[in-house]
Design a protein around this ligand. Structure first.
Ligand code: DX5
Ligand code: ZN
Length: 224
């Protein structure tokens, strides 16, 4: 099932609820929350208090993307704030197995994220433990960047790996997903589409969400 996860990074932080509600009305079924620490990525964003405020405003699952070092220290606070999915970067975590188990032990869905330069094969020994894999299709840190086409190969590799191992993790893609890239992303096999700039960067968030989902669904039909 295709799902759209608008990234609040491109929304007006002073008007979050007001901005995300139209995106949900346009068919988005998750909200993607980008957490950055100024160390792992060269930007700073938000922490658990903003997640807790969002939790009171919307009913959809909150998909929290941790671009931070030492995520184990903060995972309990994000869980308490109302995160439903939490992903960590393969590159940021030393004991990935432990971190994934920690997320799951809190009753939250664990995901693992790969930077553009990290190969899918590095997930071989952890892939059976995660609910989703997030492929970064830009270098993490900022919204509104250009989609890196090699990400499509990585999505296809994940689809093959999942079939070969009889697994059921979902495939999420993040970065540069917009009307001109969404069809190829879906055809490659991504199911959860993160979009920041394409939803909140211009015009009406509701219409933008509707158009992205429409383009994604017609790409699925072509694939079948
Ligand atoms: C980038 C973040 C993304 C970002 C995507 O580090 O992880 O979620 O918001 O933004 P767009 O869709 O504008 O590329
Ligand atoms: Zn993200």
């Amino acid at each position: 099932m295709i799902e759209l996860a608008p990234s609040i990074l491109s929304a007006n932080f002073a008007r979050l609820a007001e901005q995300v509600k139209p995106a949900l009305a346009g068919g988005a079924t998750l909200l993607h929350v980008d957490v950055m620490d100024g160390h792992f990525v060269p930007n700073l964003t938000i922490g658990p208090p903003v997640v807790a405020c969002l939790r009171k405003e919307v009913d959809v699952p909150l998909d929290v993307h941790l671009m931070i070092e030492n995520p184990d220290l903060y995972i309990p606070a994000f869980v308490d704030a109302g995160a439903n999915w939490i992903s960590v970067h393969q590159e940021a975590v030393v004991h990935l197995y432990r971190t994934i188990e920690l997320i799951r032990s809190h009753g939250v869905s664990p995901g693992v994220v790969l930077n553009p330069a990290t190969p899918v094969l590095l997930l071989d020994d952890i892939i059976g433990l995660v609910d989703y894999v997030l492929i970064m299709s830009v270098n993490p840190g900022f919204g509104g960047q250009k989609f890196i086409p090699h990400s499509l190969t990585k999505i296809r590799q994940l689809v093959e790996l999942r079939a070969a191992r009889g697994l059921s993790f979902r495939i999420e893609v993040d970065g540069g997903v917009a009307l001109d890239t969404v069809a190829e992303v879906v055809r490659a096999g991504a199911e959860i589409l993160v979009a920041g700039n394409a939803v909140f960067g211009h015009g009406d968030a509701r219409r933008n969400a509707e158009q992205l989902l429409e383009a994604a669904r017609s790409a699925t039909l072509q694939k079948a």
